[in-house]
Design a protein around this ligand. Structure first.
Ligand code: DAT
Ligand code: MG
Length: 141
């Protein structure tokens, strides 16, 4: 099924000059970048983005990290886009990320793990509406 998903190049990926390579990896998978922007989010937005993890011991660290510097947010569209992005991103813990995945190549730790990808079509819709409210009408039809 053709889907849309939200991907982030997190602050460590931007600081490490990996934006171009990451976009290239997504495009090589056949995914289309249909919206793209660089922004620095505030802590309240970060808390909302990771609200499902609010009871985890690492929540505060995660919120501080994702709001610590500019990041790149994008909507990717394609066949099985949600799972494709998560496969290319690799496992959450870079030590467990498969060879050739973004996290295997660039991620330093479990918090600074370079990329985010929505984990379901439902969550992708929620995240796209948060990150790209200006595209809501045209992109969520
Ligand atoms: P993913 O980003 O692979 O979907 P997740 O949704 O379970 O993983 O967690 C969101 C982010 O929270 C993850 O990218 C990094 C951070 N995180 C997850 N587990 C962690 C842990 N055990 N220690 C520190 N940070 C963690
Ligand atoms: Mg997740």
């Amino acid at each position: 099924m053709v889907e849309k998903t939200l991907s982030l190049v997190k602050p460590d990926g931007v600081a490490g000059n990996h934006i171009g390579e990451i976009l290239n990896l997504y495009e090589k998978e056949g995914l289309k970048i249909v919206a793209l922007k660089m922004i620095k989010i505030n802590k309240e937005f970060a808390r909302q983005h990771y609200i499902d993890l609010k009871d985890k011991p690492f929540y505060q660290e995660l919120v501080d990290f994702i709001s610590s510097g500019p990041l790149v947010a994008m909507i990717l569209e394609g066949e099985d886009a949600v799972n494709t992005v998560r496969r290319v991103n690799g496992a959450t813990d870079p030590k467990e990320a498969a060879e050739g995945t973004i996290r295997n190549k660039y991620a330093k730790g479990k918090t600074d793990n370079t990329v985010h990808g929505s984990d379901s079509v439902e969550h992708a819709k929620r995240e796209i509406s948060m990150w790209f409210p200006e595209y809501l009408d045209s992109y969520l039809s």
